[in-house]
Design a protein around this ligand. Structure first.
Ligand code: SAH
Length: 365
């Protein structure tokens, strides 16, 4: 158990009572002694691998999609580029290089805003992205709203906290985390009953655990309000479901293995499935237009991932196997191709972004 964080959580519980799951998750992820301040988190040597760390093609196609849409919107300038949760900065490196092939785009970008809570990762980003016009901020609310935004959030929303509720015939109670002194471990418990009407629970849920994320919806709404006011495009890529009724999806990963989310707070990457319908609804209520979500594999294929791969292989035949394996992992439905999805947010009246036909407007049905 990460002694400092586990100790702090026990103290908090002892003084104030059980924590809701969102508070527990937020402390595990973003506290000074929490997960993202730890030494190696993302990458082959760390706990989990993300798409940009698997293949350079991912960041390149995100960059080309953003730059192509910038052209479709009439090449506005100046604009801001935003990366929510840049991690090791790899996505931005690849995105920036590829976007450089679209004339005028990089010159139009006055600032690259990086939204990063972790001091350790922010330092790594400064180092790896030293040639970009960086503006580091710690919170999504600090992203300026006076210029068009071209934004990406890859595996950012899954790290933002969720609350959990247990629904029974007798009513709804919040799921909380407490410390069991006799067993010497953190366990789930139930809070007081909450009136169902006070919560935006998926209507169909009659029984079991439901997750809601006011934190994620607030970030989506903030981003949407900026897009509605200033224009641009945001690509939200994450593992998740189109509808929200998937039960308890809280998970923790350490050294590429699933572990009990309560067992080692701050030592494992804690996250949960993204409810894309909830994000799209929050974004549309805040004035944006939502497209998708599309499965990541289908989206990458539509953006021409095969042609991009063929060019890379032609330029470096010795790396063929590695390049092909990387792309296969991103696209293959049995790997990341279906589980990961892409939601696009734009201003009302904008044309569909690259890869999204006009027919993929989000709908609750
Ligand atoms: N986009 C990167 C990293 C994903 S990991 C990639 O694809 O590889 C999640 C990232 O979000 C990390 O950089 C983490 O530090 C950051 N993050 C998590 N919660 C955050 C929060 N509440 N505020 C700001 N950044 C956060």
């Amino acid at each position: 158990m990460s002694r400092p964080l586990a100790h702090l959580l026990r103290e908090l519980i002892r003084l104030h009572g059980p924590l809701d799951v969102a508070r527990f998750m937020a402390l595990c992820a973003a506290h000074r002694d929490g997960y993202y301040e730890r030494a190696e988190t993302i990458g082959a040597a760390g706990d989990f691998v993300t798409a940009p760390e698997i293949s350079q093609v991912f960041g390149e196609l995100v960059g080309l999609a953003l730059a192509a849409h910038w052209r479709a919107l009439g090449c506005p300038r100046p604009v801001r580029l935003v990366d929510y949760g840049p991690g090791r900065g790899t996505l931005l490196v690849d995105l920036w290089r590829a976007a450089g092939t679209v004339p005028g785009f990089r010159e139009a970008v006055v600032e690259v805003v990086t939204v990063e809570r972790s001091r350790r990762l922010a330092a790594l980003q400064r180092e790896r992205l030293a040639t970009l016009p960086l503006r580091p901020v710690r919170d999504p609310e600090e992203v300026p709203d006076d210029l068009p935004l071209f934004a990406v959030a890859n595996e950012f929303f899954d790290a933002l906290p969720v609350r959990q509720f247990v629904v029974t015939e007798a009513g709804v109670r919040e799921r909380l985390v407490t410390f069991d002194e006799t067993r010497g471990r953190f366990v789930f418990t139930l809070g007081r009953a909450v009136p169902r009407e006070a919560l935006r629970l998926p209507a169909a849920v009659r029984e079991g655990v439901v997750e809601v994320s006011p934190a994620r919806e607030a970030v989506a709404a903030g981003l949407a309000a900026r897009l509605a006011a200033g224009g641009g495009l945001a690509l939200v890529i994450d593992y998740g479901e189109k509808g929200g009724d998937f039960g308890d999806s809280l998970q923790a990963v350490s050294r590429h293995r699933r572990v009990d989310p309560l067992a080692t707070p701050g030592e494992a990457d804690i996250s949960s499935l993204v409810d894309f319908a909830a994000l799209a609804r929050a974004a549309e209520e805040a004035g944006a237009r939502a497209f998708g979500p599309l499965p990541q594999g289908a989206w990458l294929l539509r953006l021409g991932v095969r042609a991009r791969l063929a060019r890379l292989v032609a330029a470096a035949p010795g790396r063929r196997a590695e390049l092909e394996a990387g792309v296969a992992r991103l696209v293959d439905p049995a790997a990341m191709g279906e589980r990961f999805k892409v939601l696009a947010l734009g201003a009302p009246g904008d044309p569909p972004p690259p890869g999204f036909g006009g027919d993929e407007r989000w709908s609750s049905g």
